[in-house]
Design a protein around this ligand. Structure first.
Ligand SMILES: Cc1cc2nc3c(=O)[nH]c(=O)nc-3n(C[C@H](O)[C@H](O)[C@H](O)COP(=O)(O)OP(=O)(O)OC[C@H]3O[C@@H](n4cnc5c(N)ncnc54)[C@H](O)[C@@H]3O)c2cc1C
Length: 428
């Protein structure tokens, strides 16, 4: 936030400031500091690095923030969750924020729908920072269109046998387990019949078909295209009801929309700060570039839109805190598309006002631009978020009192024009 954030309580503002300080002094130091961010980008991160990172995050109470203390969590709020994600995007990198985001929304799904085995064997280790989490939702035949997943799980005694493929999976090579949906009944495209499983990474039959780590952004996560061939999963690792996972996934995505947008905005805020400093110190024609109105108005627009995006995001998180994870679908969708489109626009505009040097790794801007790009479709494409927004917005905006017969026949009877011609009597 560039201005004073009155959408947050004083305690929440303090939480954000304290979290940034913790990250800068206790997490992104000693081998995992900013000197290490380049190694991430070169795909030189290791299992040990990620294990150490999640250990520090667990110790700092930043994993699974909204899981109650009764289940070993920090007992925080969804507002605190998005503030922490902003702080990680700002102080670390997008991929650091992504790993912790997985702990927030997968942690919530495990807490809300998992049984004691899921809580003890998987949720607690997430909260204690003992495991690297991987979410394997996307498939070759189904990305945005999740009900079309082709991975199947067939029950055989007290096990399920999994077959299928997943792709673009972050932490595929470093994760301790995969949290994934599979079809257990019904037909392709049905929302009924999808089940969620936790699959230990060392289970036989899981293969990396293609190492995708060398992609545009999000480097350092060990991303992959995976194959699951006759993978045996114990019945105890089913999360919630068999075939009933669609509502759980929607709730999870409702929170993921906010965390993904928020950490991308945090990273773009850092880019904006670097760009503002640079343009004040770089001279062109004996004047700092920041003297040029075309440049400083760009900064003004970015600062204004960033504050708006943060407030939209906080508002949606507060709806989840007040009404639960099934509520606020429109508010969450608004925050997602606006926040992720803006984060990308800002990173690009920062490059524009800095010029060529911003496209090199002398500054962190080009990496941010690559990293935030995927946010526009990751965890919910902007187009889909706008479809959700319009669905609910139309319900609020339209009225039964509007007579459809007016449309096209406005010369016969127009209520607004008639009201203007004879204004109501003034009672005063
Ligand atoms: C860096 C990165 C990290 C990722 N990490 C993970 C991960 O850890 N786990 C995981 O499961 N997946 C991950 N993904 C995959 C990501 O979630 C998918 O790329 C995303 O869901 C979109 O799916 P898709 O690529 O198959 O595109 P498609 O579903 O084919 O969609 C392509 C485009 O079509 C348009 N479109 C699609 N549907 C609609 C619609 N209903 N209305 C209007 N327009 C539409 C949108 O423009 C969309 O971007 C990652 C991807 C990237 C690039």
């Amino acid at each position: 936030m560039i201005g004073k954030d009155t959408s947050l309580t004083p305690e929440e503002r303090q939480y954000l400031a304290d979290t940034i300080e913790t990250l800068e002094t206790e997490v992104f130091v000693d081998g995992l500091g900013s000197d290490h961010f380049g190694a991430l980008d070169d795909n030189e991160e290791s299992q040990a690095d990620w294990a150490e990172y999640v250990r520090r995050m667990g110790e700092a109470d930043l994993t699974g923030i909204a899981v109650p203390e009764s289940h070993g969590g920090p007992g925080g709020s969804f507002v605190e969750t998005v503030l922490a994600e902003q702080a990680i995007g700002y102080a670390g990198t997008i991929v650091h924020a992504c790993q912790v985001s997985l702990s927030q929304h997968i942690g919530q799904t495990m807490y809300q729908h998992g049984d004691e085995h899921i809580h003890e064997a998987y949720l607690r280790p997430i909260l204690d920072g003992e495991v690297v989490v991987s979410q394997a939702y996307t498939e070759p035949s189904s990305g945005t269109d999740l009900p079309s997943i082709g991975t199947t799980a067939e029950q055989a005694g007290d096990e399920w046998i999994l077959n299928g493929e997943k792709r673009f999976i972050d932490f595929a090579q470093y994760g301790d387990f995969y949290f994934l949906p599979a079809r257990t009944s019904g037909d392709d495209g049905d929302r009924e019949g999808i089940s969620l499983f936790v699959v230990d990474a060392d289970t036989d039959g899981i293969d990396i078909r293609d190492d995708m780590s060398d992609w545009h952004g999000f480097r350092g996560t060990g991303a992959a295209w995976m194959a699951f061939e006759n993978v045996h999963v114990p019945d105890a690792n089913l999360v919630g009801e068999a075939g009933g996972a669609w509502p759980y996934m929607n709730q999870e995505l409702n929170l993921e929309h906010l965390t993904v947008a928020r950490y991308c905005l945090g990273a773009s805020q850092k880019a904006l700060e670097v760009a503002a400093d640079y343009t004040e110190n770089r001279e062109v024609n004996d004047r700092p570039i920041s003297d040029y109105q075309a440049v400083n108005h760009e900064v003004a627009e970015m600062a204004t839109k960033l504050d708006a995006a943060y407030m939209l995001n906080t508002r949606a998180a507060r709806v989840l805190d007040e009404d639960g994870l099934s509520a606020g679908r429109m508010e969450s969708a608004m925050a997602k598309w606006y926040g992720n489109d803006l984060a990308h626009e800002m990173a690009d505009d920062c490059i524009q006002i800095m010029g060529g040097i911003a496209t090199t790794d002398n500054y962190p801007i080009e990496r941010t631009q690559r990293d935030v790009r995927a946010g526009r479709f990751l965890g919910g494409a902007s187009e889909v978020m706008k479809s959700i927004t319009q669905h609910y917005a139309y319900k609020t905006l339209t009225s039964d009192e509007f007579n459809p017969a007016y449309v096209g026949n406005e010369l016969d009877e127009v209520p607004w024009r008639d009201a203007k011609a004879s204004p109501p009597a003034d009672d005063d």
